[in-house]
Design a binder for this molecule. Sequence first.
Ligand SMILES: Nc1nc2c(c(=O)[nH]1)N[C@H]1C(S)=C(S)[C@@H](COP(=O)(O)OP(=O)(O)OC[C@H]3O[C@@H](n4cnc5c(=O)[nH]c(N)nc54)[C@H](O)[C@@H]3O)O[C@H]1N2
Ligand SMILES: Nc1nc2c(c(=O)[nH]1)N[C@H]1C(S)=C(S)[C@@H](COP(=O)(O)OP(=O)(O)OC[C@H]3O[C@@H](n4cnc5c(=O)[nH]c(N)nc54)[C@H](O)[C@@H]3O)O[C@H]1N2
Ligand code: SF4
Ligand SMILES: [Mo]
Length: 685
Amino acid sequence: MPQTRETTCPLDCPDACSLQVELEDGRVVGIDGSADDPVTRGFICGKVRRFADHLYCDERVSQPMRRTRDKSDVTLTAAGPAYIAEHFEPISWDEAYSLIANRLRADRDTFGGESILPLCYGGSNGRLTQDSLDARLFYRLGASKLARTVCAAPAGAAFQGLYGKMPGVAFPDYASSDLIVVWGNNPHHSGVHLTPFIQQATRNGAALVVLDPRRTSLAAQADLHLPIYPGTDLCVALAMIHWLFENGHADHDFLEQHTSGHELLRARAAEWPVERAAEVSRIDEAALRSFFSLYAEATTPVVRCGWGPERNRNGGSAVAAILAIPAVANKFGRRGAGFTMSNSGAWQFDILRAAAEQPPNTRTVNMNLVGETLLHENDPPIRSLFIYNCNPVATLPAQNKLCAGLQREDLFTVVFDQVFTDSAMFADVILPATTFLEHDDLKCGYGYPRLGVVRPVVAPHGEAKPNNEVFGELLQRLGLAKEDDLCTPEQLQAALLGEQQASQLRDQGELEPACGLRPIQMLDVRPRTPSGKIEFAAESLTHSQAGLYCYVADEETPTNDSKRSPSSSYPLALISPSTGRTVNSTFGQLIEELAQVTVHPSDAEARGIEDGQHVRVFNPLGAVDLPAKVEDSVAVGVVSIPKGIWSRHTLNGQTSNALSPDTLSDIGAGACFNDARVEVQPLST
Ligand SMILES: Nc1nc2c(c(=O)[nH]1)N[C@H]1C(S)=C(S)[C@@H](COP(=O)(O)OP(=O)(O)OC[C@H]3O[C@@H](n4cnc5c(=O)[nH]c(N)nc54)[C@H](O)[C@@H]3O)O[C@H]1N2
Ligand SMILES: Nc1nc2c(c(=O)[nH]1)N[C@H]1C(S)=C(S)[C@@H](COP(=O)(O)OP(=O)(O)OC[C@H]3O[C@@H](n4cnc5c(=O)[nH]c(N)nc54)[C@H](O)[C@@H]3O)O[C@H]1N2
Ligand code: SF4
Ligand SMILES: [Mo]
C-alpha cells in the first residue's frame, strides 16, 4: 500500500517547501509539494521532484571506505566511480572512527589543534546538521575555525550593517507591489515559488524591471531588462540615489528620523551622474532613466536583491547601495513595498548558544582561501581536513590551487557525504551521510520565513549516518563528550526553541517567527541595528579597503594573487550563475550532458567560434574545455558557465571555479566568482 509522509525541504534554497513524499515498500516513489501550503502551492522544483534518483543512485556512498593507494594520480579528469573502486576499500564504522580519532588526536598533540580544519558549508542547510555537535567537536579540539564566505558574506555584512537583517517583503506580498525590481536574482531557477507572485502582480498591472547581465527567462518577460556589466551594480545604485536626491524624490524627513550616515551616502552618490553609470555599467542611459522614474513614481515598489551583485570586489558596497534605495525614497510602510534580501534574520537563534558552546580563540581560515592555506600556511600547517556538508572541489574558487593542496600526501582528508563527489577523490576516508529524507532536521526558510520540521521518512541507505551521530561518536572516542551535553534532535530542538515551541513544532510541522510571516517593513518590523535606525555608514562597514560606496574598476583590482590576470589580455567577464538542475553542486552526479559556455554572437564571431563548437575558456588560473552555446542571452563581453557543475561536465575536468580568483570582496571577505576575466578560443580538433 502506498503511503504519504510530510516533511520540509531543507536544501540551500529560499523556499523551504512543505513536501509530500510517496512511499511504497519503504522506498520513495514520488515527491511533490503540499497542496494546502500558501507558498509551495502543490509544486516543487524539478531537482527535488527527482530526489529518489539521488537516494538510490549507483554513486550513493553506502559504507565507510579507506584509501588504499597514494594520491599522486588524482586528477579532475580521473574523477568518478571507477577511480573510487580502484583506490578505496570498504571498512567498518568502528575502523573508520578509530582511524579518524587517532589521526585527529595525534595532529592535535603534535602540531596543535589549529592543524585541524573543518570544511563545511550549506550542505542540506538544516539547523541541526551544522553548528551543533560538529562545532562542539572542533571547538573542543581547538581546531582552526572556518569563515564561511563562499556565499552571502558580502550581502550578509551589508544587510546586517544597514538594517540588522530586518525581515523583508514576503513572497506572497509581491502580489501587492506595483513595481518589482529583480536585481541580480534568478527566481525561475533559484527560488521558484517567488515567480507565481510576480506573475500575479504583473497581471494586476505591476511593472517588472530586471538587472542581469543575462536575459534570463524572467528578464525576457520584463518591461525593462537592464543588461548590467558584472560588478557594476554599485555604480547603478549610486546613480539612482543621486538621481532621487537631484529630482526631489528623496524623503528628507524620513532620512533625518530613521536613518544615519545619509550625508556620506549622498556624497558618494554625487560622483555618479547617470551618464557615468551608464558608461561603466554598459546600460543604455535612457533605459536607466526610465528605471529611475518608474521607481520614483511607484507607490509600492519592491526590490528583490539577489546574490548576483555580491560576487565581486565591489559586492558589499553594491548590496549596501541597493538596499539603501528604498530608504532614500522611503518606499516602505505598505504591503508589498520595500525590499527582500535574505529573511534568515527572522529567526534569531543559534544552536551553539542554545547548547552553551563557546568558540575557542583559534585562528580563522577564510573558506575562499582553503587552497592557499593548504599550500602555504605553516603556522601550523593544516594536517587534517574534515569535509562535510560541502563539495569544495566543485564550489570553491581557485580550483587548481585547491586540488594541489588536497593532493598533499601528508594531509589527512575525511569526506563525509551522500555521494562520491569530486571532492571524495581526494579523501583518505569517505563516510556515508544520510539525506534529509533519512534524518531529523529543522529548516528556516530564508525566503518565506517559516520554520519547518524535517522528519526522516525512509530508513537510512546502507550504513549511512546523520552528522550528529558521527560527530557525537567522535566526541566520545576523543574523550571530549560531557555528561550534560545535549545530543538528540529532540534535546537540540528544545534548547533552540524552548519546550513549548518545540512541541508546537512537532504537532504542527511548522512555526512562524515572532514578526509574523508577512511583516510590513518599517511598520511591523524595524531595523535591528544598535541605533534602531537604518545605518548607511554602519561602523562594521567602514573598514572596506577602498572605502564604503567607492567603486573599484577592473584595472585597479587589489590582488592577493600574483597570477591574477590584467583585464586587457582577458577581456571577457565570466559569470557562473545557478541553473535549474543542481542546488549548488548537489545532484551533479545525475547529470550526464556536458555543460556549455554561453557566448554572445559578436564575441563568438570575433573569435571564429560557432554554436556547438568545442572551445577553451582560459586565464592564468586555469582552462575549461567545453562546448560553446552562441546566443545573445548574455551581454556582449560576458560569458557564462553554470555554477555547481562537476568535473565530468567538461572535457578536461576543470570547471568555472578553476577560472575564479580567490580574491576577496570589499566587505565581508566574500567570494569573487564573478570577477573572473577570461579569453575564449576554439579548440583545435
Ligand atoms: N536551482 C538552484 N537554486 C538555488 C541554488 C542553485 O545552485 N541552484 N543555489 C541557492 C543558493 S546557495 C543561493 S546563494 C541562491 C542564489 O540565487 P540567485 O540570487 O538567483 O544567484 P545566482 O544564480 O548566482 O545569480 C543570479 C543572477 O545574477 C546574475 N549576475 C551575475 N553577476 C551579476 C552582477 O554582477 N550583477 C547583477 N545584477 N547580476 C549578476 C546572473 O546572471 C544570475 O541570473 O540560490 C539558491 N537556489
Ligand atoms: N563558480 C561558482 N561557484 C560557486 C558559486 C557561484 O556563484 N559560482 N556560488 C557559491 C554558493 S552561492 C554556495 S552556497 C556554495 C555552496 O557550496 P557547497 O556547500 O560546497 O555546495 P553544495 O553542493 O551545497 O554541497 C553540499 C554537499 O553536502 C552534502 N550534504 C548534504 N546534506 C548533508 C548532510 O546532512 N551531511 C553531510 N555530511 N553531507 C551533506 C551534499 O551531498 C553535497 O555534496 O557554492 C559556491 N560556489
Ligand atoms: S530546492 Fe527549493 S524549490 Fe526545490 S523543493 Fe527544496 S525548497 Fe522547494
Ligand atoms: Mo549560496
